[in-house]
Design a protein around this ligand. Structure first.
Ligand SMILES: C[S@@+](CC[C@H](N)C(=O)[O-])C[C@H]1O[C@@H](n2cnc3c(N)ncnc32)[C@H](O)[C@@H]1O
Length: 267
C-alpha cells in the first residue's frame, strides 16, 4: 500500500530515519515480496539487481558451523541460504511486515531462520557473538550514522570476523533514479550527502529516507572501526540480464556500476 509522496533532499537524523523507514517498509513489504520474491529465491542469495550470487562470489567464506548475522534481512532469503550451507544465521530487520514474510517462507519451505526486530545501529547482541555480519542491500544505505552501524558490527563480531555488505554504488548518487536514458546524465554532486527523502503529501511527514556516503566515507568508517578492507566488488551487468529493478536496468548497467560490495575483516 503506497501513499502519495513528493521527493526532497533534507537533513534527517537516525531517529527520524528509523521511524520513516519502518513505516515505509511495513507498507511496501507485500508489494516488494510479490515483485522481487521469485528473483531472490526463498533460499537464494543475490547481492543486488545485477543478479550476482553468493554461490559464485563466496564473499562470506565457508559459513559451515559459523554464527552469521544478516542486517536488513527482509524475508530472510540470504539467511536461508546460509542455513542451507551449514551456518547458524540470525536475520535482523527494522520492519515487522518483512519479518512476517520471513516467517511465511519459513513455514512454506520448512527452513526456519531466527529473526529479530531491531535497527542495525543498535544491535541487541553481546560482544563477540558472530563470525560473519553481512547485508545485501539491507540497512547500510538506510542509516544516517554509518560509523555507528559499522562500529556495532565490529562490536558483535569475534576477533578476525568478517563484514560484507552491498549498497547502491556510491557513484549512482550523481544520476537521476531512472532506468532509461534519462538516468545516464549526472545532475547531482557525488559529494552532496544530503539525504534523499520522500515527504507524505497529506501530513508533511518524512515517509522514506535514503542516505548517501562516498566510497571514501565507507573506507574511513570501516578503518575507524578496526576493519581491514579486502575488496570492493563492483559486479558487472550480465549481457543477457534484462530485468528492471527501480533505477537499475540493462541500459544503465552496461555503462555504469549499480552495486558496490564491501568486503572487510577485523584486523
Ligand atoms: C532492499 S531490502 C533488502 C532485503 C533483502 N536482502 C532482499 O534482498 O530482499 C532492505 C531491508 O532493509 C531493512 N532496513 C532498512 N533500514 C534498516 C535498519 N536501520 N535496520 C535494519 N533493517 C533495516 C528494510 O526493512 C528492508 O527489509
Amino acid at each position: 500500500m503506497s501513499i502519495p509522496v513528493r521527493p526532497d533532499r533534507r537533513p534527517v537524523d537516525q531517529t527520524e530515519t528509523d521511524r520513516a523507514n519502518r513505516g515505509e517498509w511495513d507498507r511496501y513489504a507485500d508489494e516488494y515480496q510479490s515483485t522481487h520474491g521469485e528473483f531472490l529465491g526463498d533460499a537464494g542469495f543475490v547481492w543486488g539487481p545485477e543478479g550476482t550470487r553468493e554461490d559464485d562470489l563466496r564473499l562470506l567464506g565457508d559459513v559451515t558451523g559459523r554464527d552469521v548475522l544478516e542486517i536488513g534481512s527482509g524475508a530472510g532469503q540470504c539467511s536461508r541460504w546460509v542455513l542451507a550451507h551449514g551456518g547458524r544465521p540470525v536475520g535482523l530487520d527494522l520492519s515487522a511486515r518483512q519479518l512476517q514474510h520471513s516467517r511465511r517462507i519459513d513455514e512454506e519451505t520448512g527452513r526456519a531462520v531466527r529473526s529479530v526486530l531491531a535497527t542495525g545501529t543498535r544491535l541487541p547482541f553481546r560482544p563477540d557473538s558472530f563470525d560473519v555480519v553481512f547485508s545485501a542491500f539491507g540497512a547500510l544505505q538506510f542509516v544516517a550514522e554509518e560509523r555507528v552501524i559499522v562500529t556495532e558490527a565490529a562490536r558483535v563480531l569475534r576477533p578476525g570476523g568478517r563484514m560484507v555488505f552491498s549498497i547502491t554504488h556510491p557513484t549512482r548518487w550523481m544520476f537521476p533514479d531512472d532506468p532509461g536514458e534519462g538516468g545516464l546524465t549526472a545532475d547531482s554532486s557525488y559529494w552532496d550527502r544530503t539525504p534523499y527523502v520522500e515527504v507524505a503529501e497529506e501530513t508533511g511527514e518524512v515517509a522514506y529516507v535514503e542516505h548517501h556516503r562516498t566510497i571514501g566515507d565507507w573506507v574511513r568508517a570501516l578503518a575507524g572501526a578496526g576493519f581491514v578492507l579486502d575488496d570492493i566488488a563492483e559486479p558487472e551487468w550480465p549481457a543477457d540480464h534484462d530485468r528492471v529493478w527501480g533505477g537499475w536496468s540493462r541500459t544503465r548497467g552496461l555503462l555504469t556500476p549499480g552495486t558496490a560490495i564491501y568486503v572487510a575483516h577485523l584486523g
